[in-house]
Design a protein around this ligand. Structure first.
Ligand code: BTN
Length: 252
């Protein structure tokens, strides 16, 4: 077991920034920033989500932060294992707080409570040759926010689940051991274990429901995830398809 990647001294808190992922990226270009550096915004005003979406967060109500990792031993082709490890650290952390078994991963790496989204993850990597040089792990966790804008489909916060108001600084510090554990597993190349536990925590795994794939509504079942992180859907007894994040939509 190596030295701890994280400690409180590596957390930098900013009053207001556009996007913690973007600031973290800028820092990797200008300074030497250590692995385990965390950039947190109290008020993130131009938060980025996946697929070019926005991530909205009320001032001083939620955790919006980015973690710098240097997973040099992970090949770019295996990147998805990083998403899986981070998703599992979020699952364990949020379960430890809510004590709920309704916390699941919605592929690829949204965290859900039942049918509602409680956290999102946006990982941006910088590749050099055949190595991941830097990985910026952006995490948005809904904590104390009670009112969400109407256009957001299905948000929920920790406080809406537990009725507790959380101290954001303490919550971030409490999260660190969970991520450390999963990063250690990742760096020790314990991929099988990560993949198995990811599948156990996957929302709608082995469950028939509707998906929209390339503009067609189909009934299908998630039966696996490919090495490259694609969703494997079983359409009928002979046909399986692999879908990219952009090709598939879950229909509720
Ligand atoms: C998603 O669900 O679409 C991913 C959301 C990721 C949001 C976080 S908040 C901190 C970090 N900085 C950003 O600009 N985005 C991520």
């Amino acid at each position: 077991m190596g030295m701890s990647i994280f400690n409180e001294n590596k957390i930098q808190v900013f009053e207001e920034i556009d996007s913690t992922n973007d600031l973290c990226y800028e820092l990797t270009k200008s300074d030497y920033i250590e692995e385990g550096t965390i950039i947190r915004a109290i008020n993130q005003i131009k938060g980025k989500g996946q697929k070019g979406n926005k991530w909205e967060s009320e001032n001083d109500k939620n955790l919006t932060f980015s973690i710098l990792l240097k997973p040099n031993q992970i090949q770019p082709a295996n990147q998805f294992i990083l998403n899986q490890a981070i998703s599992l650290s979020m699952i364990d952390f949020i379960k430890s707080i809510t004590k709920s078994d309704k916390i699941k991963i919605k592929w690829p790496n949204d965290i859900y409570f039942g049918e509602k989204k409680i956290a999102g993850i946006l990982i941006e990597t910088q590749i050099m040759g055949n190595q991941i040089e830097n990985a910026i792990i952006g995490i948005g966790l809904n904590v104390n926010q009670l009112d969400f804008k109407n256009h957001l489909p299905n948000p929920i916060s920790l406080k809406q689940i537990t009725q507790i108001d959380y101290n954001l600084d303490n919550l971030l510090i409490d999260f660190l051991p969970f991520i450390e554990l999963h990063i250690d597993q990742l760096y020790e190349k314990d991929f099988k274990n990560i993949e198995t536990i990811y599948m156990k925590n996957l929302l709608y795994f082995n469950y028939s429901k509707l998906y929209k794939v390339n503009n067609k509504i189909i009934n299908a079942k998630i039966v696996g995830i490919s090495k490259f992180g694609k969703l494997i859907l079983q359409i009928n007894s002979d046909i399986k398809i692999e879908c990219d994040f952009k090709e598939v939509e879950f229909i509720h």
